[in-house]
Write a protein that binds this ligand. Structure first.
Ligand code: HEC
Length: 233
């Protein structure tokens, strides 16, 4: 802002200030009244409508899909996209706090006098990009596949084996079609074409770390699992 602009601004400001009402008590009174009304509405709603409770927590479930509230989907998706364990702190602390810091410091680095959106291209583009990125990540997070389902269609006789695979934690390290994680284990979408069933079973019993051993899996489950994996090609 140059000296002329500043002088003009101060002139207009003092004229408006002389014509207007003081902040206290007018604005404070108005805000206070509105705050009381909102408060009373919330109290009445909680008295007469009550709060919604979800189903009771079941500590024995193996099919629970952990998900944050919808307004955290974008952070959840950032964490899902940034896979390497060494970089988790970047996703959980780094990105959100850098963004927050930039927002808090905005009045200090954006010293421009302009208030009209069309004269602030940098700020407007940054805002639009942020909104688009957050919307996109929120949608991706909302439609993220469950960590315990495999969507691929299989003939009915392999259905049980597919459920065993989905519920045994394989998806944490392997990808099956569109489901699961791309690593640390190899993609298993076509494992049947690469390994014969005996070799698959041997891998389950004596895997190379970090893959855990599934030696103690009940035999009928393991058989179904191996049959399912063997036909993936
Ligand atoms: C903690 C991560 C992890 C889990 C959980 C896991 N695996 Fe693995 N798996 C791996 C890794 C890593 C390899 C690669 C090991 C190697 O290269 O020797 C692997 C290799 C394999 C292979 C051999 C693939 C190939 O191309 O040679 C098969 C088959 C396999 N896993 C099946 C499964 C099944 C089925 C489950 C679930 C019952 C499972 N894994 C669970 C990490 C995991």
């Amino acid at each position: 802002m140059d000296a002329r602009q500043k002088e003009k601004y101060l002139r207009e400001y003092s004229a408006m200030k002389a014509a207007g009402k003081p902040f206290f008590p007018y604005a404070v009174g108005k805000d206070g009244l509105m705050a009381c009304i909102v408060m009373i509405v919330i109290i009445l709603m909680s008295l007469f409508l009550g709060a919604e409770l979800g189903p009771k927590a079941d500590p024995t479930t193996t099919s629970y899909v952990p998900r944050p509230e919808w307004y955290f989907f974008f952070l959840f998706e950032v964490l899902r996209v940034i896979k390497p364990p060494d970089l988790v702190f970047v996703a959980t602390l780094g990105i959100p706090n850098i963004a927050l810091g930039l927002l808090v410091l905005l009045p200090f680095y954006d010293r421009g006098p302009e208030r009209r959106p069309e004269r602030r291209p940098v700020a407007m583009i940054a805002m639009l990009l942020t909104i688009v990125a957050m919307t996109y990540l929120t949608l991706l997070g909302a439609f993220a596949g469950s960590p315990i389902t495999i969507d691929e269609e299989v003939p009915a006789k392999y259905q049980y084996g597919k459920e065993v695979a989905a519920n045994s934690g394989c998806l944490g390290c392997h990808k099956f079609g569109e489901n699961g994680n791309d690593g640390p284990g190899p993609n298993l979408s076509e494992i049947g074409a690469r390994l014969p069933k005996q070799a698959i079973e041997r891998t389950l019993d004596n895997p190379t770390p970090p893959m855990p051993s599934f030696k103690s899996m009940p035999p009928e489950q393991k058989k179904a699992l191996v049959e399912f994996l063997g036909q993936l090609r």
